[in-house]
Design a binder for this molecule. Sequence first.
Ligand SMILES: NC(=O)c1ccc[n+]([C@@H]2O[C@H](COP(=O)([O-])OP(=O)(O)OC[C@H]3O[C@@H](n4cnc5c(N)ncnc54)[C@H](OP(=O)(O)O)[C@@H]3O)[C@@H](O)[C@H]2O)c1
Length: 344
Amino acid sequence: MPETANQSLSRRQFIAGTTGVVAATVAGGCSNPDAQTDERPAGVPVSPFGRDSTAMEVTEGLDLRGKTAFITGCNSGLGLETMRVLTQRGVHVIGAARTLEKAETACAAMTGTATPVACELSELQSVADCGRAVRAMGMPLDIVILNAGIMSLPELEQVNGIERQFFVNHIGHFTLASYLTDQAIAAEQGRFVILSSSGHSAAPDAGIEFDNLSGERDYRPMKMYGQSKLANGLFTRELARRLSGTNATANCVHPGVINTNLGRHFPKWQLVAAELIGWTFMKSLEAGAATQTYVATAPVLAGYSGYYFADCNPVMPDPRMLDDAQAAQLWTVSEEIAGEFLHA
Ligand SMILES: NC(=O)c1ccc[n+]([C@@H]2O[C@H](COP(=O)([O-])OP(=O)(O)OC[C@H]3O[C@@H](n4cnc5c(N)ncnc54)[C@H](OP(=O)(O)O)[C@@H]3O)[C@@H](O)[C@H]2O)c1
């Protein structure tokens, strides 16, 4: 039986509890919190970069001028830092935030070129409007970083009858991707980079609970976050399969543990503790943005698709993220949920 958060509070779980974001890594209720191993998938290039490398370092010397990227969650945390580095390296970034005002403020702070768009992932009309706006821009998308996310809502919240973390983190991005795929395929080597988390190991033992997407049965904040992050990984896997035969690729990443606004829903004592001792085990924001930036830009990764990266290198995820049958089922169920809002 998996140990639940209430059954014991180990030292590691205590440390985890000192920050909202670290709970993404060692989530309560997780049967195998260290499911992500250092084992590497065969044949995928290993980089000289690691845990402390920054997004600036992993793009050092790259000429990214002329490339276009799209990023969700551009106004905060990892998305903002990734946009900062990409624009500094010459990429035109289309930055999406929940409101146009937030996107405009974030984009205006960039030294390079950034175009703001609104995308509220919990409202599929907003997602569709964003997708159409980006399609209307017409340019190939070299990089699509599906980065926005929420974590560990204390009480069950639903969107259209679906648990909110699953809806925002997965369904919103799944719907958005349907609009952006043509432009990624049109690029010389378009790359989807999807933010998962090692917190995917907190998902239910059997993987996605398709009979409980409402979240009403046994709602636990980190279990549902884990399920949404597992969904990000399974979506990546099926997207990669569907992109095979094109020049486009899809990979997902665990960025590390970084003290961003992601922990906003955690109790105040945990946030205070994170401020006090988080430095002992967390990455800086600059290092936190490195893995997604590396996977989005590293020339050596051209053509590699369907992999999971952490600390700027390919690693093996929890086996539940390698379940092709569940990845296919998730795609079908997600299409049903997104319905008329999907790009045909
Ligand atoms: N930080 C970590 O330790 C860690 C670890 C593993 C994985 N991750 C993943 O990294 C990604 C980025 O997280 P972060 O750490 O940078 O957190 P963050 O600072 O809280 O940024 C999250 C971004 O997502 C946006 N967002 C939230 N709800 C949204 C919605 N309904 N529609 C559109 N955008 C929405 C937020 O917008 P607002 O600011 O307007 O709310 C914000 O821009 C997430 O997918 C997260 O799961 C982070």
